[in-house]
Design a protein around this ligand. Structure first.
Ligand SMILES: [Zn+2]
Length: 312
């Protein structure tokens, strides 16, 4: 009798099968806006944790031991893909040994059932014709910085909803419902932002890193060059001297500085050319109060518009 009471108590505290089945889906998202969108689409059914803080250079996020623990316990990993997380994701997948997110032995890409690659369905810009190291080394599959395009939010949310539904088909209708609610919030925002950026159409600009082609597509800004000599290769005096000549010749009055890059060299270039500097985040949470995709997109557009002149 005593033994059977013990068994009942153990079952109650350790959790019966029905309780185990209803536990939250554990998701790790590489960057803050993917944490935000996954949370919106997953609602109460998911528990989302992030890796990068949003203030780093995404190409240089440092792997931390707690990242391994998070990935080891996760049911899914949500990431931008196109190798943008090359500094940390392949290494983490390697050591976290989670069968739900296996690694392709050749490409080092995530190939398990828990892999949610948000570049799925993206029209990739700046795909190189040849894989030459001379082109710079960090965008080998085309430009991966699509998260700075406000118009990519709905597609990312759809990819995440499809991924969660695949992993947890019992709750597909809830994910679909949450997605619909989120898309209904985003749609009027995107219309409003398109109205904001009308004065930017056709305006020429330069950025520090080659991470603004999708932002250029949304805003109509024509990014003609970068301060970096090539993607991932620091500005050289010769390149900067040539850039000053181009900016002066074409009356380029806008420098977009991604907040993780050197403000001094951007201000120096502005002083040389009479241009204004606009700081943007390349991930959500780059600035305080921009932890969601909406706040992040909005702040970037406002900062550019403030530098150019007209305000939304
Ligand atoms: Zn890049």
């Amino acid at each position: 009798m005593k033994n059977s009471i013990k068994i009942i108590i153990i079952l109650l505290f350790c959790g019966a099968p029905s309780r185990a089945a209803s536990r939250k889906i554990r998701v790790v998202a590489t960057i803050p806006e993917l944490v935000d969108i996954t949370q919106r689409v997953g609602g109460d059914l998911v528990e989302v944790e992030g890796l990068a803080r949003g203030t780093e250079d995404i190409h240089q996020v440092v792997m931390r031991p707690r990242f391994v623990t998070k990935l080891n316990k996760a049911d899914a990993v949500v990431y931008l893909g196109l190798s943008i997380e090359h500094a940390f994701l392949p290494g983490l997948l390697d050591v976290s040994v989670n069968p739900k997110m296996r690694q392709d032995p050749v490409t080092q890409g995530c190939i398990g059932p828990g892999c949610i690659d948000c570049s799925e369905g993206l029209s990739v810009l700046e795909k190189p014709d040849t894989l030459s190291r001379a082109q710079g080394e960090i965008h080998p599959q085309g430009n991966p910085h699509y998260n700075v395009d406000p118009n990519e939010g709905p597609r990312i949310a759809r990819v995440i909803a499809a991924g969660l539904s695949r992993i947890d088909p019992a709750h597909q209708s809830e994910y679909g419902k949450n997605l619909k609610t989120y898309l209904a919030e985003l749609a009027p925002k995107i219309i409003e932002w398109r109205r904001w950026v009308r004065p930017l159409r056709g305006l020429k600009a330069v950025s520090f890193h080659k991470d603004v082609c999708y932002l250029g597509r949304f805003t109509g800004l024509d990014f003609i060059d970068t301060l970096e000599f090539k993607p991932g290769i620091a500005p050289t005096p010769t390149h900067l001297a040539a850039l000053i000549q181009v900016m002066k010749a074409q009356s380029i009055k806008l420098i977009v500085r991604e907040q993780q890059y050197d403000p001094k060299v951007c201000q120096w270039l502005a002083d040389q050319t009479g241009a204004k500097v606009a700081s943007i985040g390349t991930m959500a949470n780059a600035f305080p109060g921009t932890e969601t995709f909406v706040k992040f997109s909005e702040r970037n557009l406002k900062n550019i518009l403030d530098a150019v002149g007209p305000k939304p």
